[in-house]
Ligand binder design. Structure first.
Ligand SMILES: [Fe+2]
Length: 477
């Protein structure tokens, strides 16, 4: 390698690229992994294989790495591989980064013009007997769930027409369906969105296209048993700006926000758009319908938090000043005209929300999020926003106390995933990577979801630093 990575937070300290592909058998465990935990934990990690073409690149441009922790009989084995995307193959052949700025092909080396440039680095998805590595700017790559060998790009044998595939599909365990969408579906900065359903057998059941009011960042969406909800926040893309070598996303609050709601089982022609003031969110905890009332639970902020989008928009607002009122429930009554909705606080601010899969799309009582609290230690640089969370929160939506836990003053936490229990009445477990900023090593923590304040029941010691994942996935054996 001819030069080093830039000395900016995206590539330094705990965020320094790792680039380690490995197999480790029988990791050292402190405490005891509950015997009933039997399955595979996958993580998607941006990990740039080469120093970026431009120093002002973002963490989120990193080549997709997939890790697998296989847990059985109290033992943990670990495997990590790059997703062999067309982009990584091209870069390896040239032994340098040929691709330019985040989601801007106009800044690429001419030798890769027209080649696939997605990095498949955001979310592992398991459905229909396939493991997909997704990123919302392109099609997913299928990966062998045991060996992590890349099989190739996936689009249902050419039947999917959308050029993109969200990193946040929604799974309905009752019907077996997977709901997903692609935005910028017909190309860069287009307003086209494809809303798709994969049936329980893994076949593409439907693909319905519609247009959003403007091309904006649509990272996640919501599904209830009766409705589909598409939020649109004013981070906008513009083809002229991209062609001039500019940023993909710019914050344009004057465009306002939109929430599109349609009946599940209906057509995109029935989308009703609510127009709202500018807000921003990337992830949604859960949603449910109660007749005509649709409830969506999330933590809207007042402006976008990502430093690379703030920079492109001439903004410099620290995370502690960009937040909103924490986690809230927005309720839309479809029987009423107009754009009004109700807002009810449900918890402190944060991100990385999840619920047990049995609770998805329904009225529910418990959710899990992450936040930063000064009593659990000082801020540490980690992850794509440059500020790691240090606290896991169990939200009690039935009126009880929210509960929190930290992992030590020198620790930040990566996204947790919920593991269901096979024991009746047991709330299951949360598993996540912990960044140890004193030793610059990682460990894996397993908490009892119903007793998070007791701390980990098991800590799996990693002999190296795990770069921060974006999202993870638990697959039962
Ligand atoms: Fe996400």
């Amino acid at each position: 390698m001819t030069h080093a990575y830039p000395e900016v937070f995206d590539f330094a300290g705990f965020n320094a690229p790792s680039r380690i592909e490995c197999d480790i058998y029988d990791l050292i465990v402190e405490g005891e992994i509950p015997a009933e935990i039997d399955g595979s934990w996958y993580r998607a990690i941006p990990d740039p294989a080469f120093p970026p073409k431009f120093a002002k690149d973002t963490y989120l441009s990193g080549d997709g790495m997939v890790s697998l922790m296989r847990i059985e009989n109290g033992h943990a084995d670990f495997k990590q591989r790059y997703v062999m995307t067309e982009r990584l193959k091209d870069d390896r052949a040239a032994r340098r980064a040929l691709h330019g700025l985040y989601r801007n092909p106009f800044t690429d080396d001419p030798s890769v013009k027209g080649r696939d440039r997605t990095v498949a680095n955001t979310t592992p998805v398991w459905h229909g007997g396939r493991l997909l590595m997704t990123k919302e700017d392109g099609l997913p790559y299928e990966v062998d769930p045991k060996t992590l060998e890349t099989k190739g790009q996936f689009n249902y044998g050419g039947r999917l027409k959308s050029q993109t595939f969200t990193a946040h599909p929604r799974l309905d365990d009752d019907s077996g369906e997977m709901f997903f969408f692609g935005y910028e579906a017909s190309g860069l900065a287009t307003r086209d969105v494809a809303f798709c359903i994969e049936d329980k057998n893994g076949e593409l059941q439907s693909e319905d296209w519609f247009q959003v009011p403007y091309c904006g960042l649509m990272h996640d969406f919501l599904v209830t048993k009766e409705h589909i909800v598409f939020p649109l926040w004013p981070m906008t893309a513009d083809l002229k700006r991209l062609a001039a070598g500019g940023a993909h996303w710019v914050w344009e609050p004057e465009k306002g926000s939109y929430i599109g709601i349609m009946p599940r089982g209906g057509s995109v022609k029935h989308l009703r758009w609510y127009r709202l003031p500018a807000r921003c969110s990337f992830h949604y905890l859960n949603a449910h319908s109660d007749g005509n009332r649709v409830h969506i639970d999330f933590a809207p902020s007042k402006v976008v938090m990502f430093p690379f989008i703030q920079d492109a928009s001439g903004l410099h607002i620290p995370p502690d000043q960009a937040g909103g009122r924490g986690y809230v429930r927005w309720t839309f009554d479809l029987s009423k005209p107009g754009d009004d909705f109700e807002e009810t606080p449900i918890g402190p601010g944060g991100d990385m929300p999840c619920v047990a899969r049995k609770d998805a799309m329904k009225k529910y009582e418990v959710g899990y999020i992450q936040t930063f609290t000064p009593q659990n230690g000082p801020p540490h640089v980690a992850g794509p926003v440059g500020a790691g969370f240090n606290t896991v929160v169990r939200l009690d939506l039935a009126g009880g106390q929210h509960r929190m836990t930290g992992l030590g003053a020198n620790a930040t936490v990566q996204e947790h995933v919920h593991i269901p229990s096979r024991t009746p009445g047991h709330e299951g477990y949360l598993i996540f990577a912990v960044d140890r900023h004193d030793t610059m090593l990682s460990e894996i923590a397993i908490l009892e979801a119903g007793n998070i304040e007791r701390g980990p029941v098991a800590r799996v010691k990693m002999p190296f630093r795990l770069r921060n994942q974006v999202h993870g996935l638990w697959v039962e054996n």
